[in-house]
Design a protein around this ligand. Structure first.
Ligand code: AIR
Length: 205
């Protein structure tokens, strides 16, 4: 069985390996519990829509140039792992972290933001009651955060961070936005031109 010590060893070994940053995961997605996964899936969906591939083995990256990885890291059950993840993030080649946690003590995003600083952390409060805990940082200890459950936006924000360095991601973000606005224009025209009944018939509502 894999232990927390095994995972910490793994992270530290990877950090020491000094591999080409083009082969390391660009985005790290972490969550306090696997029960957060249904909420955090939006971040995967956003990155997937932008052409990111999942990297499941640090040593053998997928062909796609831009990648993400994910782990369950609990601030309260496995604080040592949280510390190791944040501390090794830069040396493991991560450029940005998406961190989600739920409950009233949703401290993984805010603690990781402090440990991994200056790597930006985008916090996802898994529930409404987690918002204050995620965003309530003291002056000088920043975190970026999305609204409760909005992990899709966290994935987009992570890509925005990377787009400052990679034109290819900027182009994909612009194409995504064009699709999005086109979708709104399409339903707007349908609603007007078909009328409410016609719209319901066409869109199945
Ligand atoms: N959590 C896990 N470790 C520390 C915290 N705050 C959060 C998880 C999850 C919630 O506690 O992020 O949203 C409940 O976790 P579980 O594992 O009991 O379902």
């Amino acid at each position: 069985m894999t232990t927390v010590a095994d995972l910490i060893d793994r992270l530290e070994t990877e950090a020491a390996a000094d591999v080409d940053s083009e082969t390391t995961p660009d985005v790290g997605i972490i969550m306090g519990s696997d029960s957060d996964l249904p909420t955090m899936e939006g971040a995967y969906d956003a990155l997937d829509a932008l052409g990111f591939a999942e990297q499941t083995d640090f040593a053998t990256p997928p062909e796609a140039r831009f990648t993400f990885e994910s782990y369950v890291v609990s601030a309260h059950r496995t604080p040592e792992l949280m510390y190791a993840y944040g501390e090794t993030a830069a040396d493991r080649g991560l450029d940005v972290i998406v961190a989600g946690a739920g409950g009233k003590s949703a401290d993984l995003p805010n603690m990781t933001a402090s440990i991994a600083y200056p790597i930006p952390v985008i916090g996802v409060p898994v529930q409404e009651k987690s918002v204050d805990s995620v965003i309530g940082m003291p002056t000088g200890a920043p975190i970026v955060a999305v609204d409760a459950g909005k992990s899709f936006n966290a994935g987009l924000s992570a890509a925005q961070v990377l787009a400052r360095e990679h034109d290819e991601i900027e182009d994909r973000l612009l194409a995504y936005h064009e699709d999005l606005t086109g979708g709104v224009a399409g339903v707007s025209a349908d609603l007007h031109d078909l009328g409410i009944d016609g719209f319901r018939e066409k869109h199945g509502e």
